[in-house]
Design a protein around this ligand. Structure first.
Ligand code: CUA
Length: 342
């Protein structure tokens, strides 16, 4: 008897845990803790996926309650008791068999119809007046071009709130996948093909994103940020990005850094407007205006810039930017120059 009682208590505790744990986890989940959660939509596209998820979860709960209810009812109603005969067995009941064939088909309809509608909705053409951004995936960073505004930047995409943004997705090398969870679904970035995706952000703020397709050694280091800002702030940002780069005094640390930039080979891969034409690596004309470097994996400060320049492949495995064996003086003057490029 004691063993039975203990067993029952244990079962009761387990049952409560099963009920309470998901609640605790759900309450504890915030987008601060999980900046790449898909459960805090911030665009029309992301909301349409969220509504679809809500619909699916609703039907899943209905099915769960019905099936588990029937199961529990059966177990209790027909449980063994001393002296009780076996319940009547049912075989080949036509009505039952027709019912449990039709019911799942109807339920699948409830799920399939909104799913297909959402696919059509999110694949539709963008509204007129959408801001066009050409996104180019690189191993392992993101390039953002605003062809009509004459701006090229990297890893940090700026867009105005409440305006549709049409991204045209291309790659410089292998398949990547463009994904800002708060803005909507993933979309592959495929060689020799331009995919497109559009969304309208409904909240200002900074949102995390990353490549969602295994694309080589530093796939996990191919991150990006989305800055959704007011139309005024966006216009100001565009103006600042269109300005020519800062021209440092040749005797200052930044000036020495510019000389080093021209000397050690940076020019072959990086564009600084009016200084160098390289297009292999990120455009650095206004690199100091960005908050991160190296595929948005490090903060853009003197310490991280210096460590990056010393040995890029050590900081980001497989990095195409080689170790240029820079002297500490070259590193510190290059850092000064890059930090002056606001
Ligand atoms: Cu690019 Cu993974």
């Amino acid at each position: 008897m004691v063993v039975r009682k203990r067993g029952a208590t244990l079962l009761r505790v387990l049952a409560w845990l099963v009920v309470l744990l998901p609640l605790v986890v759900l309450v504890g989940c915030t987008d601060r803790q999980f900046p790449q959660t898909t459960l805090t939509p911030r665009s029309d596209y992301a909301w349409s996926i969220q509504h679809l998820l809500d619909t699916l979860v609703f039907w899943v709960i209905v099915i769960f309650v019905l099936v588990e209810g029937a199961l529990i009812f059966t177990v209790l109603r027909f449980r063994d008791r001393p002296g009780r005969e076996d319940p009547r067995h049912v075989h080949g009941h036509t009505g039952l068999e027709v019912a449990w064939t039709i019911a799942p088909a109807v339920l699948l309809g409830f799920i399939a119809i909104p799913t297909v509608l959402t696919i059509f909705h999110t694949q539709a053409n963008p509204p007129k007046g959408a801001l066009e951004v050409k996104v180019v995936g690189h191993q392992w960073w993101w390039e953002f071009q605003y062809p009509k505004l004459g701006v090229v930047t990297a890893n940090e995409l700026h867009v105005p709130v409440h305006q549709a943004v049409l991204t045209r997705l291309e790659t410089a090398d292998v398949i990547h996948s463009f994904w800002f969870p708060a803005m909507g679904g993933k979309r592959d970035v495929v060689p020799a093909h331009t995919n497109q995706m559009w969304f309208t952000a409904d909240t200002t703020g900074t949102f995390m994103g990353q490549c969602a397709e295994l694309c080589g050694m530093s796939h996990a280091n191919m991150r990006m940020r989305l800055v959704v800002e007011t139309p005024e702030a966006f216009a100001a940002w565009i103006q600042s990005q269109k300005a020519p780069p800062v021209e440092p005094d040749s005797t200052s640390p930044a000036g020495k850094g510019k000389a080093a930039f021209l000397e050690v080979g940076c020019v072959a891969c990086h564009t600084i407007e009016g200084v160098s034409p390289g297009t292999v690596g990120p455009n650095l004309t206004h690199v100091a205006s960005r908050t991160t470097i190296a595929g948005a994996i490090f903060p853009n400060d003197a310490e991280h810039l210096g460590r990056w320049l010393q040995n890029p492949p050590e900081r980001k495995p497989g990095s195409i930017m080689p170790n240029l064996n820079l002297t500490p003086e070259q590193v510190s003057s290059l850092v000064a120059y890059l930090q002056s490029l606001k």
